[in-house]
Design a protein around this ligand. Structure first.
Ligand code: SF4
Ligand code: SF4
Length: 444
């Protein structure tokens, strides 16, 4: 597994300092200084928004290459259901699962299968929680957003492992039952997004992830295409164990539908999620028991590491429901793997007070006063030419000692004019000799 804490990173050599990305980052994690963007790591939630908006491809998601699987004797693929929707005219999920075996995986455990298990457990957990609305914890970008921007809503999160993590644990147990040692087993998640890659390195609600590597759908798609001709109807293996209930988690509304909760809303797109969470925080959302919140438009189908646009992908996934009927009997007859572990969170998810100005309350208040004062002098048009997303963010950077008031072009202009005016005033106080006087002095 590659060493990084955040999957989303900047390629400085490609950055033109255009400031396109700074305004779209939901946690104001990007600044442009000295002509280059920088990401403030503590604020980044790996939502991938900056990857989408950067015209110069200066932001990217770091994931593992396929070659990484060779380090392990027994290689397991955990395909996210979003992978299925990347393929045209797909009628049988087994086709893709067979392709995964062809490119080198020894076995496949579908994340959609684990999603089915998580759905069952979520139903009973939901009933036992007093807080309403309960907020889904399936999207790690949203959980991190809540940690940073909405810490009061942490207790509304559904404290349950993601389907990816459950799939990793079950598949490792199965491999061990076949006689493989822990270190011989490599579990690889096939991911639609950088947020999941970061989640594996910095897991939420658990001590350690059982996933050994994350390969992006985009990277794997091309590899899989090379093997398409090698799979015929006769050679397709019967590997599918997921039902449509689990598969539909890939799209917005899928988890909510599978849970069967009456009063639920499905919100997709980070900006929409922020608006809804603001309403939850100020108590104006209304009668809602469950919020399925996904950072990407369309849900994971719209993840930044996918190939197909989310609308086409959704239509393909919906068509799978029809084809599922012919496999249903077979799927239902499969022996399910008993969960020998709890899938509830075992570790608290803490708030990340990266937006507070000081740990000391008194000092924080003083700094806030200073911030307000600086902000009141700024033009308030949020032009972004200072490299901060808003005038308020620049005021905050100044208070933190990370920027200067002159970074604002309007303030700089005002300072230059003031300096020029005082130079004129000063020059008036000086009595320079006239040219006539100088000439006269020279003649004497
Ligand atoms: S990934 Fe999201 S949170 Fe991180 S810098 Fe990019 S836009 Fe901001
Ligand atoms: S919606 Fe899905 S693809 Fe997008 S960031 Fe969340 S988990 Fe990843």
């Amino acid at each position: 597994m590659q060493t990084y804490l955040h999957s989303v990173t900047l390629r400085p050599e490609k950055c033109k300092g255009c400031t396109d990305c700074i305004k779209r980052c939901p946690t104001e994690a990007i600044r442009v200084r000295n002509g280059k963007a920088t990401i403030i790591n503590e604020r980044c939630i790996d939502c991938g928004m900056c990857i989408r908006v950067c015209r110069h491809h200066a932001k990217r998601a770091v994931t593992d290459p396929l070659s990484q699987i060779r380090k392990y004797k027994y290689k397991i693929a955990l395909p996210a259901p979003t992978l299925y929707a990347q393929f045209k005219e797909l009628q049988d999920v087994n086709f893709i699962l067979t392709l995964l075996r062809k490119i080198g995986f020894d076995s496949v455990y579908e994340v959609a299968k684990a999603a089915g298990r998580v759905t069952e457990m979520s139903k009973s957990l939901f009933q036992s929680l007093n807080k309403r609305p309960v907020i889904s914890s399936a999207c790690p970008a949203i959980v991190r957003l809540i940690q940073i921007r909405f810490p009061s809503l942490i207790e509304n999160l559904l404290p349950i492992m993601s389907p990816m993590e459950v799939a990793a644990r079950i598949s490792k147990q199965q491999a061990k039952a076949l006689g493989y040692k822990e270190e011989e087993i490599g579990v690889f998640f096939i991911s639609p997004c950088p947020a999941k890659a970061t989640d594996v390195r910095n897991p939420l609600g658990i001590e350690k992830s059982y996933v050994d590597g994350v390969i992006s759908i985009r990277d794997l798609y091309l590899e899989l295409l090379c093997y398409v001709k090698e799979v015929s109807p006769e050679t397709i293996e019967n590997l599918q164990k997921s039902t449509y209930d689990g598969i539909q988690w890939a799209m917005s509304g899928g988890e909510g539908k599978a849970l069967g909760i009456d009063k639920y809303i499905a919100v997709d797109g980070i900006e929409n999620v922020i608006r809804v969470l603001e309403q939850v925080e100020n108590g104006t959302l209304g009668d809602v028991d469950f919020i399925e919140a996904l950072a990407c438009i369309g849900g994971c189908l719209g993840g930044p590491l996918t190939v197909e646009n989310s609308f086409i992908a959704k239509s393909r996934l919906q068509r799978l429901k029809k084809h599922e009927q012919k496999h249903k009997q077979f799927i239902n007859s499969l022996r399910d793997w008993d969960l020998s572990f709890s899938i509830q969170w075992s570790k608290a998810v803490d708030s990340k007070p990266v937006l507070t100005l000081d740990k000391d309350m008194q000092k924080a208040m003083e700094k806030m006063e200073k911030l307000d004062k600086i902000y009141s002098t700024l033009p308030g048009i949020d032009c972004g030419s200072c490299g901060a997303p808003t005038c308020r963010a620049l005021a905050e950077d100044i208070v933190r000692g990370q920027a200067h008031i002159e970074d604002c072009v309007f303030m700089l202009r005002r300072r230059v004019i003031e300096m020029a005016q005082s130079m004129v005033q000063l020059s008036k106080k000086l009595s320079f000799p006239t040219m006539g006087q100088i000439k006269k002095e020279n003649e004497q």
